[in-house]
Design a protein around this ligand. Structure first.
Ligand SMILES: [Zn+2]
Length: 203
């Protein structure tokens, strides 16, 4: 660990000393993990710079989220995909030997999942030719129970963000904000919970 003093000219010293004087307060405010290196060392200054860069990034992202237009949110939402195990493209691929009429008849037996971040389709007619004998109910709306839960969460997220941003979004926070290690751990637990509760998805 090099001491910053060795790198400084005499003219820089008064400036650094002023920082030294403030460093205790600064450390208290930053709440930086492993902030053991004093601010006057290269390591300490580096830690603080990295920490401040992250803080600036988070502030920038927060400001972007706060002021983003509704149109821009909708555009970002289109790019966010949480599930796509069996899509309309997959169905078309399976039915590539069908003629137009046969394709249309089969397509009618499938429905698009209503969760906005899911691309899956699923059969609502058990005479479908991909998973014969299996279908979901005709009045079902989601491919899996996980999507039912996710759709409800997205709706809640929209209502929550509409209160704090100029325009609400259905996106989960991790899709547009930097995630801290803390949040990563919480998200992991959430997704484990969802996986345990997921219905079997046939195709
Ligand atoms: Zn789905």
């Amino acid at each position: 660990m090099a001491d910053l003093d060795e790198w400084l000219t005499a003219a820089d010293r008064p400036h650094m000393e002023r920082h030294d004087h403030e460093s205790d307060d600064l450390t208290a405010k930053t709440n930086m993990p492993d902030h053991k290196a004093p601010i006057s060392t290269i390591e300490g200054a580096g830690n603080l710079l990295a920490f401040n860069a992250e803080q600036l990034m988070r502030q920038y992202e927060a400001e972007q989220a706060r002021t983003r237009s509704a149109a821009e949110w909708r555009r970002l939402e289109k790019w966010h995909i949480e599930r796509e195990e069996f899509t309309i493209i997959d169905l078309a691929h399976r039915l590539r030997d069908f003629d137009r009429e046969e394709y249309r008849a089969e397509r009618k037996k499938w429905r698009r999942c209503q969760h906005r971040f899911c691309r899956n389709i699923y059969p609502v007619d058990s005479t479908n030719c991909v998973v014969p004998g299996w279908s979901k109910r005709k009045d079902s709306r989601y491919c899996t129970n996980a999507c039912r839960v996710a759709a409800r969460d997205a709706q809640r997220e929209y209502e929550r963000t509409a209160q704090i941003y100029e325009n609400g979004t259905y996106l989960p926070v991790y899709a547009y904000r930097t995630i801290t290690e803390d949040q990563k751990e919480r998200n992991k637990k959430d997704s484990e919970f969802i996986s345990e509760n997921i219905e079997n998805y046939a195709p």
